[in-house]
Design a protein around this ligand. Structure first.
Ligand SMILES: NC(=O)C1=CN([C@@H]2O[C@H](COP(=O)(O)OP(=O)(O)OC[C@H]3O[C@@H](n4cnc5c(N)ncnc54)[C@H](O)[C@@H]3O)[C@@H](O)[C@H]2O)C=CC1
Ligand SMILES: CC(C)CC(=O)C(=O)O
Length: 363
């Protein structure tokens, strides 16, 4: 892969490679766009098979955060980090402290949080070296684990999508198929169960499946079966690229609404499900609850204020469908348009010099 060509194509600002021999740290920090503010996005720890796989992932995830933060109305730019390693084997205080020192070196251009493979305890270790970390233990005045708040946002966004598809936002009696029942989806399933939905779940981790079956009476199916089950709503809550050539022909659902980042393998898959008449809640719009919650820390964390903002995900999904219908386009494109227009208008409004360090000359 030619990294500079890719960065130029999608207008990335910075890609930082971090190596520390003592701790075994191999990490990459991506800062995509800081027009709206400092780049904020979680750190994923994953046993990538190749360095290229890690680079592609961090670039895609970092750019996704720019769109997510802009669409959520946050004054925050987009970025993300990946640590190459197995979260079950390669974690240590030394490793997270080394990583924290690299973040500190960026002097606030990038702020981190949890993502797949990292936890509040890991953020606490990063916090020993830098203040540019959120989702730290509440004992430090921070917001703690973002997953339950992400789940609440997905739940609200799913209700909005149901309203568009079925004319009512009630999920009572709806059959909802959930792929991956980890941190976010376990909490999502709780909301859905409390509202009276019927759950079908799958996961590669049997303990997580058993937990959903025992706690919420979910029906368990195999990992490849989940795409084709009879259901009203399919909720992808594992990893990305699961809306693709192989899965699209299997879908029986009328709605796709879940937490996973980068659900569309390629843009054409967003167009295909649109043409099939499916209601698709764009991933970065519906899963913005976690980042809305951690971003609130930058003003001094207030959970009530953060949850109120998370509620806006419901209206945001409806608004995106208004744009999609008005402009005759798929929902993922309407979401991109909304985010891009906001970034462009803020960039335009900052074209005069101010002696307060807030002017950002981008172009
Ligand atoms: N944690 C958060 O606040 C946020 C998470 N997200 C995204 O939501 C998704 C889920 O995040 P978390 O719940 O935090 O992660 P997690 O790691 O706790 O949960 C993911 C679950 O998916 C399962 N899984 C992985 N591959 C699978 C497969 N092929 N089939 C079935 N199950 C599979 C895993 O075993 C795990 O139980 C990720 O894509 C993440 O990037 C997005 C926004 C915020
Ligand atoms: C988990 C978050 C707090 C931020 C993030 O990285 C995301 O929304 O994907």
């Amino acid at each position: 892969m030619n990294i500079f060509d890719y960065m130029q194509k999608y207008d990335y600002e910075q890609l930082v490679f971090c190596q520390d021999e003592n701790s075994g740290l191999k990490a990459i920090i991506c800062i995509h766009d800081t027009t709206l503010g400092p780049a904020l996005g979680g750190t994923r720890m994953w046993p990538y098979k190749t360095e290229e796989e890690a680079i592609v992932d961090v670039l895609r995830l970092g750019r996704g955060m720019t769109y997510k933060n802009a669409a959520a109305g946050l004054n925050i730019g987009g970025g993300k980090a990946v640590i190459i390693g197995d979260p079950r084997e390669h974690k240590s205080e030394e490793l997270f402290r080394a990583f924290g020192r690299y973040i500190q070196g960026l002097n606030g251009r990038y702020i981190t949080a949890e993502d797949v493979g990292t936890t509040v305890a890991d953020m606490d270790m990063i916090h020993l070296e830098t203040d540019f970390v959120t989702g730290v233990s509440p004992a430090f005045g921070s917001s703690g684990n973002p997953s339950p708040v992400t789940a609440y946002g997905v739940y609200r966004g799913m209700k909005a999508a149901a309203k568009l598809a079925f004319g009512s936002d009630s999920l009572s009696g709806r059959v909802i198929a959930v792929q991956g029942v980890g941190n976010v989806a376990y909490n999502l399933c709780r909301h859905l169960h409390e509202e009276g939905a019927h759950l079908i779940v799958t996961d590669i981790n049997q303990e997580n499946v058993d937990r959903a079956v025992n706690d919420f009476g979910a029906k368990a199916v195999g990992v490849n079966e989940i795409f084709g089950v009879e259901c009203d709503i399919f909720s992808p809550c594992a990893l990305g690229a699961i809306i693709n050539d192989d899965t699209i022909p299997l879908f029986k659902a009328k709605v796709i609404a879940g937490a996973a980042n980068n659900q569309l393998k390629e843009e054409k898959h967003g167009d295909q499900i649109h043409e099939m008449g499916l209601i698709y809640a764009p991933d970065y719009v519906i899963n913005a609850g976690g980042v809305i919650n951690v971003a609130d820390e930058l003003q001094g964390y207030n959970r009530e204020r953060a949850l109120k903002k998370v509620e806006t995900i419901y209206d945001n999904i409806l608004k995106i469908y208004e744009i999609a219908e008005r402009d005759g386009m798929a929902s993922y494109k309407a979401a991109d348009r909304m985010a891009e227009e906001r970034i462009a208008s803020v960039a335009r409004s900052r074209n005069t010099f101010l002696q307060n360090g807030k002017t950002v000359y981008k172009r």
